[in-house]
Ligand binder design. Structure first.
Ligand code: SF4
Ligand code: SF4
Length: 154
């Protein structure tokens, strides 16, 4: 083999050794990925997930719906309560919501907030029209009730 050939071979072998070294070094580092969805990572405190309501704290002041920039949050009639004499509660279309957090920011009683849930998957967009006070529908995985469910049911 001529000198140029030896030179090329040495560069090739050096690259292989370097690459293998990098691979071995990375194999000993802690993993940064999870086996999703079997292993779901805990979301940080500041995460803005699904908009959720604590109905017992809602006073029906309508500030959340007035602050909402894209009309995802609208007021709907619900049961009257000592703290909510008008019986008005927000309904949020989380399929349209842009998770800006303004409704949470203006709420004077912390009734509406963005929780940590991010796994909102369904084949029907109407599923995401959340009405927490619709007692006629079946209770889901949280206290959220689906207003649109009745309209779709046969
Ligand atoms: S997070 Fe923003 S877009 Fe979503 S309902 Fe609240 S105010 Fe509206
Ligand atoms: S959720 Fe908060 S801001 Fe919205 S109507 Fe109820 S109390 Fe008012």
């Amino acid at each position: 083999m001529d000198p140029a050939g030896w030179c090329a071979l040495s560069i090739f072998l050096t690259s292989i050794v370097k690459g293998l070294g990098q691979t071995l070094a990375r194999m000993t580092e802690p993993k940064h990925t999870t086996n999703y969805p079997e292993e779901a990572r805990e979301m940080p405190e500041w995460h803005r997930g699904r908009v959720t309501l604590r109905p017992e704290l809602c006073i029906g002041c309508t500030q959340c719906s007035m602050a909402c920039p894209n009309a995802s949050c609208t007021m709907m009639p619900g049961p009257e309560a000592p703290q909510n004499k008008k019986g008005l509660y927000p309904q949020v279309n989380v399929g349209q919501c842009m998770y800006c957090g303004l409704c949470e920011e203006v709420c004077p009683t912390d009734a509406i907030y963005l929780d940590k849930e991010f796994r909102m998957v369904h084949t029907d967009r109407a599923y995401f029209d959340y009405d927490w006070m619709d007692q006629s529908t079946t209770e889901g995985e949280t206290r959220v009730r689906r207003h649109a469910h009745d309209k779709l049911a046969p």
